[in-house]
Ligand binder design. Structure first.
Ligand SMILES: Cc1cc2nc3c(=O)[nH]c(=O)nc-3n(C[C@H](O)[C@H](O)[C@H](O)COP(=O)(O)OP(=O)(O)OC[C@H]3O[C@@H](n4cnc5c(N)ncnc54)[C@H](O)[C@@H]3O)c2cc1C
Length: 480
């Protein structure tokens, strides 16, 4: 081993250790397959990386974590080679460490607060890599332990939606002895984790393992049940549920509303990714899900969804995979790592560019896209500089597949079928942030349906707050 970390190193020695590099698939190779891109750290690397922690008194990394994982404590357990113990330490506040270790924007959360990363050319402790390492270690070595489940309380809870917010509420409430059923509209649980984020970033077996673990704890899953159609929220109460959590996410795709947008070959990112991920179009011929495989592909947008779509198109055979984004790279909401991966794989970035019109062939298939160049003006309401079209900068791109990934809104189904449920002007459910209680007694909500499209850890954090308040409500106000 390069560094002796079995005994703690002096602080100045620790500061000399370089951040470990995550081994990953070769960019050219991985552009042709759907296997996970990074391989994960090995034990030796994990111990070296954990030894970079300076154990500062204020522990700012914990403040950077929306679910307040005790990061220094789990790093300490890694140094003691108690990797499963480290995973359990994380799970005290975060039920989905193998997921969060892979997809959380640590660079904007815990890692940006890490003092090891302060200063020129300094890099923070790779907290995300380590979270992933211990969670994988625990699962792969069959060391996952069922937590203590409290005796049955006799209270019943229905969760609508099985994304990270719903799964977190389910896990927390089942541990407290409540009878929990998760109702999911799709045929598999996991929300965006299964239908949106591709296999090469988050293997579906990992999400399935998390759901299996919940089922082992006693959570019941009812798939292919659309609340608002199959049953309403009020009917869930009539079925004997004492409290309900709504975690239906933000799954309604936005479009640009420009001429030609209904041509064949123009997908919403939701449809495109759902076909590839959940319906496994990428896994042909084992699955025969139809999907258009473009050669010249344009993906509109600059978020994680856009990066996932363009990298999927590349793997499905695109010869020219393009990102079209109306602002500059600095304003892109995607994780830096995902932008970097997309570039490494050969994706072309057309920045400060927006489409204004599509042209189709005689069969109604998209063939060309007219674009305009943009320049950045004054900041808008989001604080980002507003893109302003440059007159006369029109140009045409040959295109046979477009994926529109410019954001999602909330699906109005549950709101419109639940009388008395207050929503804001975007159709998101209004809650009291301290409890996630909605305007309806016994009905709580959290995740993207409340905030609009956000992140996995914020959805999980909202689930934690809701579970705490729901438990109190169930025990104090629901008489049995
Ligand atoms: C492609 C993509 C990539 C992303 N990448 C990242 C990333 O790298 N890192 C990150 O932190 N975040 C990422 N996000 C955002 C993150 O995934 C979401 O913020 C998070 O999943 C929201 O969780 P949620 O529980 O609110 O809802 P969701 O995950 O959206 O789950 C909601 C679930 O509710 C179900 N549902 C909806 N309506 C009903 C109904 N009426 N009845 C029953 N069930 C219903 C849906 O089918 C879905 O399964 C990404 C999002 C997308 C779309």
């Amino acid at each position: 081993m390069e560094h002796d970390v079995t005994n703690k190193l002096e602080k100045k020695e620790r500061m000399k250790i370089q951040r470990q590099v995550m081994p990953q698939q070769d960019p050219i190779e991985r552009g042709k397959n759907f296997n996970e891109v990074p391989f994960g750290l090995n034990e030796e690397q994990a111990i070296i990386e954990a030894s970079r922690c300076l154990e500062c008194k204020k522990k700012p990394c914990i403040d950077g974590c929306p679910v307040e994982v005790d990061i220094p404590a789990f790093l300490d357990l890694i140094l003691e080679k108690d990797f499963a113990g480290a995973a359990r330490k994380i799970k005290e506040t975060n039920s989905l460490p193998a997921v969060c270790g892979r997809v959380c924007p640590q660079e904007e959360q815990c890692e940006i607060k890490c003092i090891v990363g302060k200063g020129k050319n300094k890099k923070p402790v790779a907290i995300g890599y380590l979270e992933r390492f211990v969670a994988d270690y625990e699962r792969e070595n069959n060391l996952v332990q069922l937590p203590k489940i409290a005796p049955p309380t006799g209270r019943k809870v229905a969760i609508v939606g099985s994304g990270p917010s719903g799964l977190t509420v389910a896990g927390d409430l089942v541990k407290l002895g409540h009878e929990v059923t998760v109702f999911e509209a799709l045929h598999k649980p996991g929300g965006v984790l299964v239908y949106g984020i591709p296999e090469f970033r988050l293997p579906k077996s990992i999400v399935q393992a998390e759901c299996d673990f919940m089922a082992e704890m006693g959570v019941k899953f009812e798939s292919s049940v659309v609340i608002g159609k199959t049953d309403t929220v009020d009917e869930l109460f009539e079925m004997g549920n004492d409290a309900i959590f709504i975690g239906t996410g933000a799954g309604l795709p936005n479009f640009m509303k420009i001429p030609g947008e209904n041509l064949i070959g123009i997908y919403s990112s939701n449809e495109y990714l759902t076909r590839s991920n959940l319906m496994r179009a990428f896994d042909f011929p084992t699955y025969d899900t139809p999907i258009i495989q473009g050669k010249n592909v344009a993906v509109l947008g600059g978020g994680n969804t856009a990066m996932d779509s363009v990298r999927t198109a590349l793997r499905l055979g695109a010869e020219n995979a393009n990102i079209i984004y109306r602002r500059s790279e600095a304003e892109m909401p995607a994780r830096i790592e995902e932008i970097h991966h997309a570039k490494e794989e050969g994706v072309q970035f057309h920045l400060l560019t927006t489409p204004i019109k599509y042209f189709g062939d005689d069969d109604g298939k998209v063939q060309k896209m007219e674009c305009l160049k943009m320049e950045l003006g004054e900041p808008d309401a989001s604080g980002r500089r507003r893109p302003v079209p440059m007159k006369g900068s029109n140009f045409i791109m040959d295109i046979d597949l477009v994926v529109v990934a410019i954001g999602n809104s909330s699906n109005p189904l549950v709101q419109s079928t639940t009388p008395g449920l207050d929503t804001n002007k975007w159709g998101n459910i209004v809650v009291d942030e301290a409890t996630m209680l909605t305007s309806r007694k016994g009905v709580y909500a959290g995740g993207d349906i409340v905030t609009g499209g956000a992140t996995v850890i914020l959805a999980a954090g909202a689930g934690k707050v809701a579970a705490r308040a729901m438990h109190k409500y169930l025990m104090d106000e629901v008489k049995k």
